[in-house]
Design a protein around this ligand. Structure first.
Ligand code: PMT
Length: 219
């Protein structure tokens, strides 16, 4: 059955971001999030299985490099930004699945920060929005975003679609069991300017197939 899989994306190139970024505070501490990389890696695999050339820009994960994928390892949001912007012009599309830090420490301490008896706070500055930067130079490429909201999901997803110039957005249902971070399953809605399609609970690899089907409809 495997060999019968259609190679409908032969000759197409895609950039996929996956996993969590790591924002250093000092040499021993960092700010990050719960992304395991599983969703993004599943998308990279689904694209490769259809014959596409895939560059996977990956934050730190425990996953093995999928076969046939070129992986670029990055840590911070800034490194992920550089890796993506540098490559996007050569691509036919990009899927922004990484959970990128919106804020990073304003200064990274050279030495381990010492504790004292009082509380402390860390000044944070905004990171660059990778998806929006690619959206601004999208042309006829396909650009797919993700959204992870805990409130006003639908409206926020719609506004992200426009702001970042996505062709469609994959909204994770974070309130539901079996969706979102870490696990092997997800529950998502695919939202474009015309419609919202709610998919049931399924494996991340099946979600990836639906996403890649929709990408093909935009090519
Ligand atoms: O890795 P897993 O454990 O399998 O979990 C998968 C996931 C839940 C992380 C994934 O499905 C997901 O939702 N990823 C995007 C999460 C996210 O950061 O959403 P957001 O609403 O903060 O960002 C919106 C979009 O902009 C995303 O496509 C994001 O990649 C992109 N973005 C955000 C900030 C930034 N500085 N640059 C970006 O490109």
């Amino acid at each position: 059955l495997f060999s019968e899989k259609k190679k409908s994306l032969e000759g197409k190139r895609f950039l996929v971001t996956a996993g969590a970024t790591i924002e250093p505070i000092d040499p021993v501490r960092y700010i990050s999030n719960h992304s395991s990389g599983k969703m993004g890696y599943a998308i990279a695999e689904a694209l490769v299985q259809r014959g596409a050339e895939v560059t996977l820009v990956s934050g730190r994960t425990a996953l093995d490099k999928p076969e046939g994928v070129e992986r670029v390892d990055v840590l911070s949001a800034e490194e992920m930004y550089e890796a993506c912007v540098e490559r996007f012009q050569q691509m036919d599309g990009a899927v922004m699945c990484a959970a990128v830090a919106d804020y990073t420490p304003a200064v990274v301490a050279d030495e381990k920060l010492k504790k004292s008896d009082s509380d402390m706070s860390i000044a944070l500055k905004r990171t660059k929005d990778i998806a929006a930067a690619l959206g601004a130079q999208k042309g006829s490429r396909v650009l797919v975003g993700f959204a992870m909201e805990t409130q006003n999901e639908r409206e926020n997803a719609q506004s992200k679609l426009q702001r970042k110039n996505f062709d469609f957005i994959v909204l994770n249902s974070l309130r539901k069991e079996g969706a979102g971070f870490r696990g092997d399953t997800n529950i998502v809605s695919l939202i474009d300017s015309r419609e919202k399609v709610d998919l049931p609970l399924m494996s991340k690899s099946d979600v990836a197939e639906h996403i890649v089907d929709k990408i093909e409809s935009f090519l």
